[in-house]
Design a protein around this ligand. Structure first.
Ligand code: PMP
Length: 456
């Protein structure tokens, strides 16, 4: 046998052995998942992962194996564990789907689980939909979006945030969710790490998992006013860390970070050369001072926006990203590959409604949030008064309280709420959404009140 054959045989043997070990590891991960489920503990345990990471790094030092490679390999294994243990995760979406099924059977459900404004899009949308046909906006187009639309978006944002944004910095996408998917999938590589501050909208984690990217969660608490400490962030950064996600006003807490903390986070990101993915979908629903990440003029920032919440246009599936020309080009390539381009009629309609005054929407939601907060206080729920967005994220103080179980029980009584577990390790929380008229919301809160007092 020649040398190369011999070496190849050894390679093959080791690779097959690794596959065998992977199978064994996955089986154990599944078993652990079952135990975690029965004990009601969350899938990711950052401190266990941290301990294992230390051991792996120390071993790789001893073996003189590249630490970065070892930790990428570890990240792949950790992600696999998360994946097999998260298969039946319940979120607001599962409650929503169950509620829809019940409605089809004729039951009446009050929807306080979804973040979908109940009001109509701006009136101009109706005319624009008709104009689409006559004006011939019915063809294929540029992957990045219609130039006239991108130009308008660039102008609007330049003016609002005192920046010089051009159409090359803008990518039109079918909703913020897709923009986030594109950013995570194209800018990060398998084994890279992404920092998410929890509680958080679940898609950041899901997109990372899908791309083989490891999520480092930083848990914030109600006691700390939903503010992360700078030390928590610094401690989570290592040589594989490539991005941090911000979402303020926040879903689910409604928090807006004090400007000083946000400034410090951007400083840390700059120092460590991290991308900052800032999901600013609730910016129009800010009830106190809020600063866009665009204002930092940081070349590695990616800001996502949408017409879903500000313009109540969830069904139109349209949003956009603002970033450097290079980042936009990278994201556009995956968009071209997967979509060709965003539907031209929808782009035209969004273009026509871009500069509509939607402040009434935010006034309505603000007043509902105030009513929800007042009622939540009366019910003894614990929460931080929202600074923005359209939710109240509240803790139910009851021994052994389980958000998923409670949300399913409430559903049987005609009220849909989102369990806290959908947003991280928050089993004793529920999210109440202010996307129904005040009277309906109060009916929902009455059901909640009765259930909490054990009357039904
Ligand atoms: N980001 C956050 C924080 C959200 O809450 C949502 C929707 N609930 C989205 C993004 C997705 O928005 P879009 O409809 O634009 O995809």
């Amino acid at each position: 046998m020649t040398d190369i054959d011999n070496l190849r045989n050894q390679m093959e043997e080791i690779t097959l052995e690794m596959i065998g070990l992977l199978k064994k590891r996955t089986e154990i991960a599944k078993e652990i998942g079952q135990v975690k489920k029965s004990l009601g503990i969350s899938v990711t345990d950052e401190s266990r992962e941290g301990d294992l990471r230390k051991k792996v790094l120390s071993l790789s030092k001893e073996l003189q194996l590249d630490e970065k490679l070892a930790s990428k390999y570890l990240n792949f294994l950790l992600n696999e564990s998360v994946r097999v243990q998260s298969s039946d995760k319940q979120t607001h979406l599962s409650i929503f789907l169950k509620a829809k099924e019940m409605e089809e059977k004729g039951e009446k459900i009050i929807h306080m689980e979804v973040g979908e404004p109940d009001f109509m899009p701006p009136k101009i949308v109706k005319n624009a939909l008709e104009e689409v046909y006559d004006k011939g906006f019915v063809k294929y187009g540029q992957a990045q979006g219609m130039p006239e639309f991108r130009k308008e978006i660039a102008q609007k944002n330049s003016k609002e945030f005192n920046q010089s944004i051009t159409l090359e910095n803008v990518l039109v996408s079918p909703g913020a969710r897709f923009s986030i998917f594109l950013a995570i999938s194209t800018l990060l590589n398998p084994g890279d790490e992404l920092i998410v501050l929890e509680p958080a909208w679940p898609a950041y984690k899901d997109c990372a998992l899908n791309a083989g990217v490891k999520v480092r969660t930083i848990k914030t608490t109600l006691e700390s006013n939903w503010e992360p400490s700078i030390k928590q962030i610094e401690d989570a950064i290592n040589s594989n860390t490539k991005m941090i996600v911000l979402n303020y006003p926040n879903n689910p807490t409604g928090k807006i970070l004090p400007i000083k903390i946000q400034d410090q986070i951007i400083q840390i990101a700059k120092k460590n050369n991290l991308y900052v993915l800032s999901d600013e979908i609730y910016s129009e629903y800010s009830y106190k001072e809020w600063k866009s990440v665009l204002e930092y003029n940081y070349e590695k920032s990616i800001v996502t926006q949408s017409f879903s919440k500000s313009h109540a246009m969830t069904g139109f599936r349209i949003g956009y990203t603002i970033a450097s020309k290079e980042i936009i080009e990278q994201m556009s390539r995956l968009q071209a590959l997967s979509l060709t381009n965003v539907s031209e009629p929808m782009q035209y309609v969004a273009l026509r409604s871009l500069n509509e005054d939607t402040s009434k929407n935010s006034r309505i939601i603000k007043s509902r949030i105030m009513a929800l907060s007042k009622k939540s206080k009366e019910l003894g729920l614990e929460f931080v008064e929202p600074d923005g967005a359209m939710y109240v994220f509240a803790r139910v103080k009851k021994d052994g309280f389980d958000g998923i179980k409670f949300a399913n029980e409430l559903l049987e009584l005609g009220l849909a709420v989102a369990p806290g577990q959908g947003f991280g390790d928050y089993k004793d929380f529920i999210r109440l959404s202010a996307c129904r008229d005040e009277k309906t919301l109060m009916e929902g809160m009455d059901i909640l009140d009765h259930r909490l007092r054990g009357k039904i």
